[in-house]
Ligand binder design. Sequence first.
Ligand SMILES: C[S@@+](CC[C@H](N)C(=O)[O-])C[C@H]1O[C@@H](n2cnc3c(N)ncnc32)[C@H](O)[C@@H]1O
Length: 464
Amino acid sequence: MKTAERSKHCCEYYQSLEVAFNFPSEIEYAADLKAFRSALISSNLLSTPFLTIIKGYDFVQGGNMERELVSEKRGYLVITVAQAKEIVTNWLSEIDLFNATQLGLPEVDDRYHIWRVPLCTDAGNKVGEVVIDAYTTEILPDKTTRPEIITVRLLKQDESKLVKRKKQKKEYKISKLRNTVGFGDCVGLIEDMPTESVDLIFTSPPYFNARPEYSEFEEYETYLFKMRQVIKRCHRVLNEGRFFVINVSPVLLRRASRSEASKRIAVPFDIHRIFIEEGYDFIDDIIWLKPEGAGWATGRGRRFAADRNPLQYKAVPVTEYVLVYRKQTDLLIDWHIRNHPDKEVVKESKILDGYERTNVWKINPATGSKHPAAFPRELAEKVIAYYSFKGDVVLDPFAGSGTVGVAAASSGRRFVLFENNFDYVETMQQALPTWKNVKFSSVMWINCKPSELPPEQIEIQLES
Ligand SMILES: C[S@@+](CC[C@H](N)C(=O)[O-])C[C@H]1O[C@@H](n2cnc3c(N)ncnc32)[C@H](O)[C@@H]1O
């Protein structure tokens, strides 16, 4: 936002507080926020008693005036009150309510990375709220008061009829998607998918700097931002009340020199927060337990094993998290079972004896995969069996060698696999003819159509 507007907005804010202020011109026309702050300081306005806090601007009387705004620090796209107001003004114009409403003072809620903008009548009565995603500038429809409710409140009509309409009977959705492999950034590929067209998501995201040659993220915040983009977009395509299962682990950043300590980053806990903020409920933390030898390769615990000094103790990691989330809903799990249109399918999907009874699953790591970070097929098969019905669509936005695809196909589910490294897309193309229950020619390829079908599949096609 232009900063003259920003400072002007501050003036408006003061006026709204009915504080008689004569802003010197250098304040009104400050070139940027920093200049605006400096101008405030040099004109001694900040020492006035009512300037304790300017909401949304994070000015603290007597505090460090060089402090960045919370919204700037977080790297939000929506940084200022005026930006938030502009977004809402555009939205109100689109829904023809611009002239009917007044904007209250927007507030940033940095716990959920959102801006809340109150909508009021001319008399100042609140009729609703618009919630903006501070990272992306998007208006969040689930959290924003619906336009019809705003209208009814403005007209002082009976709201109860609208509420009833909202509780219409929910229909069970059967996805029309077919087996798909897409090459490219999953963020864009998911954007092109129909809403609520996926029944389960299972993935293991790229590691943050676990291996320099394997990492595309320089900053951890950038990595988390990417994860947020994916988790957010997955929310739209996932059916209501269905599951998003993610395999993640803390990562070890090796020390840059002998005088520095290595650092372990608790990725799962940061990812957990993103899931909650993006509208999922936490369901389970499953621990994937590997054989003891598996962790020694990390080098953790070797020093202690040799010296046995206290404080040097470091546990050798032999576990990974398999975190289970559910897209927020009022529907009970039972609803999905009772309302599935094919009772035979529900019966066939029942899980046989020998299932995992606790949240510790002992599974050997994958061996012989062409992917350095492939998870074992057994893990994918278990997740798919426990969290989907036969015939369902399983999405893996970070598909790698396609383990989720193999497991989905062998369990009678459909798959949608996205991968941005063409080598792994080729690995999938080559392996796909061996996947159970999949006809190569019926697979939809996005940005990676194979030049020719494998010979055995061509024969099948000619015969039919
Ligand atoms: C941990 S690996 C997944 C391995 C997979 N589970 C398997 O069994 O082979 C993560 C994969 O995500 C891919 N990837 C990273 N960023 C991506 C993006 N933006 N879109 C699609 N794929 C991406 C990487 O190339 C890598 O193959």
